[in-house]
Design a protein around this ligand. Structure first.
Ligand SMILES: *Cc1c(COP(=O)(O)O)cnc(C)c1O
Length: 405
């Protein structure tokens, strides 16, 4: 008799709970100090925002950082500073959060979707060139789940076609490609500090670059079009108030000190889970070995094959796994181009018709990932012990045994 599933009232396979965010009195005190100082915002007399920007740039090995209100705005700052203008096309993956594509629309440009690699769920470089037209201006590789994109191949294509590369590193704080921090490799790298992300202040974002001109433009766009050394009432660019606050900045400075250890732990647990799950029939972890020297596992993703689970649908499997105590999610139900936003073209479009229609777009790998295949384990669960990882594997086996009866 197999053990009864937690979903049906049996004992949970995983007894641990996984807290997030992680903090102690240091963070509480630091934010309280800002509150007591009365220096809550602009002009930032505390200097804490600039301090954090420098810390984060240094951490990533980049020259400059511009913090802002969230990781969507940081993408928008990069796109506009890179000179993306109405009618331009920007290539990105369809298996990502909406912001990767919606910020392209906000820049009055046209998102062009290129399918993902079935082994990594990252933008497939082999499919990029077929999507390039004379109007293509940039590529946005998303380091999905915290796994590095094939940056050598992407940079090579970008160079040959004179395209900008903006890394969407919203999942990738602290992760590395061939020893370099993600976000520091392309023209600009964008990060989110939203509450689910690996480094968080509830909300917030930052964009890093090594390019002095891009930095000046992004800093200005973030601060109502002012120049860094300019006068308060002189506005040069069509910017907005996208500023981070000192309370968020000081919280991030302290959280940043915890990041390296957390990243290494997630990376280690990821390698261990790869081993543990590979031996379960019908479970295939995404493959590593594409240059990701450090995977920060904002998500741990594996492929689920219902044929090995008596055709148990993915949704039901995920429901059972969650009930067993594994923090998991079924992921995006369909690729971005199927959103009403694109299908109904609910936006102003300056593009020529052939690229501005999404009715015919099909990215089979992304559709399979969304539909029957991808299961996500969430980042805070990757901060567990080796025993917790073993319990995750056991939970999956328990479900398999239960449905095989
Ligand atoms: C979270 C996220 C963003 C932007 O996030 P905000 O919620 O605006 O901070 C951008 N891209 C991806 C892939 C994300 O997951």
């Amino acid at each position: 008799m197999p053990e009864s599933l937690a979903l049906h009232g049996g004992p949970k396979a995983v007894q641990t709970t996984f807290p997030w965010p992680i903090f102690d009195e240091t963070e509480v005190q630091a934010v309280a100090d800002v509150i007591r100082s009365g220096q809550w915002g602009n002009p930032d007399c505390t200097g804490l925002v600039e301090v954090f920007e420098r810390e984060f740039a240094n951490y990533c090995g980049a020259k400059y950082a511009v913090s802002c209100v969230n990781g969507s705005v940081s993408l928008r700052l990069a796109l506009i500073a890179c000179g993306i203008t109405p009618g331009d096309e920007v290539i990105g993956p369809p298996y990502t959060f909406i912001a990767t594509a919606s910020t392209i629309i906000e820049a009055n440009a046209v998102p062009v979707f290129v399918d993902i690699d079935p082994e990594t769920y990252n933008l497939d470089p082999a499919k990029i060139e077929a999507a390039i037209t004379p109007r293509t201006k940039a590529i946005i590789p998303v380091h999905f789940a915290g796994q590095a994109c094939d940056m050598d191949a992407i940079l090579d294509i970008a160079k040959r076609h004179n395209l900008r590369v903006i890394e969407d590193a919203a999942h990738a704080h602290g992760a590395e490609y061939k020893g370099r921090k993600l976000g520091s490799i392309g023209d600009a790298g964008s990060f989110s500090f939203q509450s689910s992300k690996n480094l968080t202040s509830g909300e917030g974002g930052i964009v890093i670059t090594n390019d002095a001109d891009l930095y000046r433009k992004m800093a200005s766009l973030r601060n109502v079009g002012r120049l860094p050394e300019g006068a308060w009432y002189d506005h040069f660019l069509p910017g907005c108030n996208y500023r981070l606050t000192p309370m968020q900045a000081v919280l991030l400075s302290h959280q940043l000190k915890r990041l390296d250890e957390q990243t290494k732990l997630r990376n280690q647990n990821g390698l261990l889970l790869n081993e543990l799950l590979s031996s379960i029939e019908g479970i295939t972890p995404l493959t590593r070995g594409h240059g990701e020297t450090m995977h920060c596992h904002h998500l741990y993703i594996f492929k689920y094959d219902s044929a090995r689970f008596q055709n148990l649908p993915k949704e039901k499997f995920v429901e059972m796994l969650a009930a067993e105590g594994v923090p998991c999610f079924k992921g995006y139900p369909y690729p971005l181009y199927k959103q009403p936003l694109f299908q109904e073209k609910n936006f102003m479009c300056y593009a020529l018709p052939e690229t501005a229609s999404y009715a015919e777009v099909v990215c089979p790998v992304a559709e399979r990932a969304c539909g029957e295949e991808a299961v996500w384990i969430l980042q805070h669960a990757m901060l567990g012990t080796r025993e917790d990882m073993a319990a995750f594997a056991l939970a999956i086996r328990k479900i398999q045994n239960a449905v095989r009866i």
